[in-house]
Write a protein that binds this ligand. Structure first.
Ligand SMILES: [Zn+2]
Length: 270
């Protein structure tokens, strides 16, 4: 059974066929989900979805692309702090830095990111990180800026999930050295993702979790379509191929990792 650690199933793009999406996921063996958020509205929606489905958990937070607008409109992160104490919230996320779109000034991104790290500390929740580099390898290296912020906070050890990890093997090793988890999804199957395939092949499986990032980042064979959790086996297959292990082992270990990371008991029979 697969655990999709990153699926935006609350978003309106699933409004017309959400039940079918869950049914197809179930048939593909994808039975548990964490639904992360990117602003206050989606945080509330993620919590509402988790309330109605026993196998969905929520993460609440403000994405770096939305950092500026949230601060301008609401002035604080009070709603995120409030929602973080809802019973099915298992993480703060997705939060981080994005130098690709640069839709919020970088200083605002980093302030909002750091403030949400303290919310995670106060609420004793792990964090789901979004990080995307810009074009320049020197001035736009968001991942290095981000790791510096995280490494400065030793209490985050084993409490960080780097979603859609796109760094190289050296950055992966530094991250897992702190007990961080790496989320792998559709991009692993893209022709250009050489670093990501290295990571999937050489990092111990105990540090890897699976994700789709639905509706975004579909695997290569359905690229251009709306992504959904039922496509997750394509990612697991790629990992099993790279590591020369059974896909069942990939499913079992990554699911155990996700349950452990999010502190979800396995009482739920699915
Ligand atoms: Zn996402």
């Amino acid at each position: 059974m697969f655990f999709d650690t990153h699926a935006h199933l609350d978003t309106p793009v699933f409004d017309s066929d959400r039940n079918e999406v869950f049914e197809r996921a179930q048939s593909a063996g994808v039975t548990r989900f964490v639904n992360p958020a990117f602003d206050t509205v989606s945080s509330a929606r993620a919590c509402a979805l988790a309330e109605t489905r026993p196998n969905v958990w929520a993460a609440v937070g403000v994405h770096p692309n939305d950092a500026d607008s949230v601060i301008k409109n609401e002035g604080c992160l009070c709603d995120i702090f409030r929602l973080a104490s809802m019973p099915k919230v298992v993480a703060i996320g997705e939060i981080g830095l994005d130098y690709h779109w640069d839709t919020s000034p970088r200083q605002v991104q980093s302030n909002v990111f750091i403030e949400q790290l303290s919310i995670a500390r106060k609420t004793n929740l792990p964090v789901i990180i979004h990080c995307r580099n810009g074009v320049s390898t020197t001035t736009d290296n968001a991942l290095e800026d981000l790791l510096a912020i995280l490494f400065d906070r030793p209490w985050l050890e084993s409490r960080v999930l780097l979603h859609s990890f796109a760094g190289d093997l050296d950055q992966a090793r530094r991250a897992i050295g702190r007990g961080y988890m790496l989320g792998l999804g559709g991009p692993l199957t893209y022709p250009k993702s050489l670093f990501t395939r290295d990571v999937a092949q050489y990092v111990p499986l105990e540090y890897i979790v699976l994700e789709t990032d639905a509706p975004y980042l579909p695997p290569q064979k359905v690229r251009g379509k709306r992504n959904e959790p039922s496509y997750m086996p394509a990612v697991a297959e790629k990992i099993s191929e790279l590591r020369a292990i059974d896909i069942e082992e990939v499913a079992r270990v990554t699911t155990e990792n996700a349950l452990r990371f999010f502190g979800i008991g396995d009482g739920l029979v699915l």
